[in-house]
Design a protein around this ligand. Sequence first.
Ligand code: SF4
Length: 380
Amino acid sequence: MPFGRPGGHLINLLDLDAAGLAALFADLGEKPFRAKQVSHWVHQRLVGEIAAMTDLSRTLREKLAAVVAIGGPVVVSDTTAADGTRKWLLDVGGGNAVEMVYIPEDDRGTLCISSQAGCALDCAFCSTGKQGFNRNLTTAEIVGQLWHANRALLADGISVPWVDQGRAPITNVVLMGMGEPLANYDRVVSALRIFLDDNAYGLSRRRVTLSTSGLVPAIDRLREDCPVALAVSLHAGNDALRDRLVPINRKYPLAQLLAASLRYLDRAPRDFITFEYVMLDGVNDTTDHARELAVLVRDVPCKFNLIPWNPFPGAGFETSPRSRILSFQRTLVDAGFVTTIRKTRGEDIDAACGQLAGRVQDRTRRHIRIHGAPATTAAH
Ligand code: SF4
């Protein structure tokens, strides 16, 4: 069964959160605990077929196989960088591909996943935005990224302390790949519930981060429905500049975005918002910009993550020089803000998280030319 598109009448088990599984087993006239049992098989034991669920009776397995299947990703490419960063390009049909990136660190394994094929929000510095919006990913296509990464890393014999202790390789998930997650709200929230569910991946809310460009009403909804750690792509300290860099700002300007960020903290699993700030040479990177930013966010408990911009052809921007990024950081730190600079990972495979590399586009075109359309990597 293809990724996210059940063959015939079959339901993809990767599409169903706990409520969906419970409804399915109720429809089948089976006991509720069977839903949890199957969830363990799919998301914890990471099986790829119903036949592998050996503690279900043969009769139940046959009954299930008539209505459901497990449809994981179709991998277009799978590349590992010298620093261990690993990038998968996944075919989501119709000539589209999305990307997910695994970032290994000493104490965690982070997976950066995508939520849409393309993006409608057209941020000025983003190559996904340049590609335009294609479609929302299904819950199965979002969850399938985590499912597949865990399976692939285990199959390759990953050796890290937490896996040796029986945990899954991926300990942290960030929705920072292609797309604006809150523009695909229902499917993303359903996927988040599966990530958090103790009968599925069991990740804590602190270990799941959603990054948004600032869809204010959806931030308020997320606060009620499924508050996970929140990152906001800020990129500018005034409305005039942000209108230009992040056009959704014209609809939800900074005052509204910061008020929503503050409201979110009432329910958030962390007591701060992460503000992401891409560093663009001569555009938003002076110490005056940093001072303006510090004043703007002074009432919001937050941390800054400065992102050295990764160029792509035709973008019309340049990367800020390192010295300017360091001065910008120093200004924010002196103003009392914890401020990190995102490490560039996987440069040799164009997998710098949240970045948009022309070479990826070129390589992608080669890989999926048969589908007739280019894909790209992207993010906030
Ligand atoms: S930065 Fe994020 S929201 Fe903006 S166009 Fe790119 S993917 Fe969309």
